[in-house]
Design a protein around this ligand. Structure first.
Ligand SMILES: Nc1ncnc2c1ncn2[C@@H]1O[C@H](COP(=O)(O)OP(=O)(O)OP(=O)(O)O)[C@@H](O)[C@H]1O
Length: 370
């Protein structure tokens, strides 16, 4: 029967699938215990990201290796490497690692924007939050992940298409935001008529094949609602913080709560709520009329135990013929300033939020569970 030292040596040669460094180098072997009489070895490992296909592959390698070395049964538990440890590796990461959006060594913060149903202003909020974050000096990307109902290029008044250089796509930059959308790749507003597997491939390409460069935030305008497409996209995304958009009517907020529940179930975190179309302000009297009802945003924030990040009134941006962008509010517009406030809250929340708990669940593939 092998001893602890041998287990550490054998498993220590395997690589963390995300950091591409051995578990010995990452300090990823947390615990080894051996039950001689049962010839059972159990190990607790820490890797950069857990609950994914890469973890399963590593798990199989560990089991094979330890069984070959004489263990009859092997038990494995995984947890995530602590944030401080990842921070340590960031210092020595290669350029390729820090540019890879999906690498844990990339510091980018994913923010997805969701809604319980269509037409509440999810894309308008995505675009304006992205532009506001860029105005505040952040490096921002925006993926129009509403693959079937893309609207971001039109809202931002983008006339150009991305350039393809070798195997990479160079995103289009507008108002300081790097943008990618399905709209760039279909002819003249044609509908996208693909089914699920294609959707996954396109999203994957948006993450892997686009030259995003160094980003602080990557915003994702999600498909509306809580149906199949929204669920698929949620499951395909890396862990993100989610902004839920609702209108002020209490029923709309009730529907939006479902989007919040979906976010949590698919391992995303709720960042806050934006209430859109909150009121109409008369230009003549300055009086506010609550044409779509009142209270939906605060009620939803309360229900999701999160913050109401802002309330956006009904209205339209001032259009500029030379720089036409029909849905973008500039900083001199009162609504542009409201978006700046929301962006500031998003930045503040990120710097004050504590890192998540790191203890991972016992793997369903642990042989002891079979
Ligand atoms: N505050 C607002 N005031 C007036 N019109 C608005 C406001 N917010 C959004 N709109 C308009 O409402 C329509 C729907 O907005 P938007 O496309 O952003 O919603 P969505 O939730 O992303 O919709 P979809 O489900 O189709 O993706 C657009 O025509 C947009 O210009």
């Amino acid at each position: 029967m092998i001893n602890e030292q041998q287990v550490r040596e054998l498993v220590g040669q395997l690589q963390d699938p995300f950091l591409h460094r051995t578990l010995q180098e990452t300090g990823g072997i947390i615990e080894v215990s051996i039950k001689e009489e049962k010839e059972h070895v159990s190990v607790k490992l820490a890797i950069a990201k857990i609950n994914n296909a890469e973890q399963m592959q590593l798990q199989m390698k560990v089991v094979d290796l330890l069984k070959e070395a004489g263990a009859k049964t092997v038990g494995i538990r995984f947890e995530e490497l602590p944030a401080e440890k990842l921070e340590e590796f960031r210092g020595t990461a290669t350029a390729a690692e820090t540019q890879d959006l999906l690498s844990p060594l990339n510091n980018v913060q994913f923010i997805s924007i969701a809604s319980g149903k269509g037409g509440v202003g999810k894309s308008t909020v995505s675009v304006n939050l992205a532009v506001a974050l860029a105005r505040l000096g952040k490096k921002v990307g925006l993926i129009d992940a509403d693959i079937y109902g893309f609207s971001v290029p039109d809202m931002m008044g983008i006339q150009k298409n991305p350039v393809v250089r070798g195997n990479s796509i160079i995103p289009v930059e507008r108002f300081g935001v790097k943008v990618i959308s399905m709209g760039f790749f279909v002819d003249q507003n044609a509908p996208v008529v693909w089914r699920g597997p294609m959707l996954g491939k396109v999203l994957d390409q948006f993450f892997r094949d686009v030259e995003w460069g160094d980003l602080d935030y990557l915003l994702l305008d999600l498909p509306p609602g809580t149906g199949d497409v929204a669920l698929d996209v949620h499951q395909m995304l890396p862990h993100s913080k989610e902004v839920i958009v609702t209108t002020p009517h209490p029923t709309a907020a009730f529907v939006a709560a479902r989007a919040g529940a979906m976010a949590i179930k698919t391992d995303h975190e709720i960042l806050g709520v934006v209430e859109n179309m909150s009121w109409f302000e008369s230009k003549k009297t300055g009086e506010r009329e609550y044409v779509f009802g009142e209270g939906g945003g605060p009620k939803l924030a309360d229900e999701l135990r999160t913050e109401l990040l802002g309330q956006i009134p009904l209205g339209q941006p001032d259009w500029n013929e030379e720089d036409f962008a029909p849905s973008v509010y500039h900083e001199d517009h009162p609504t542009g300033q409201l978006y700046d406030e929301i962006a500031r809250k998003v930045i503040d929340k990120e710097t004050t939020d504590k890192p998540a708990e790191n203890e991972g669940p016992v793997s369903p593939f642990d042989p002891r569970n079979q």
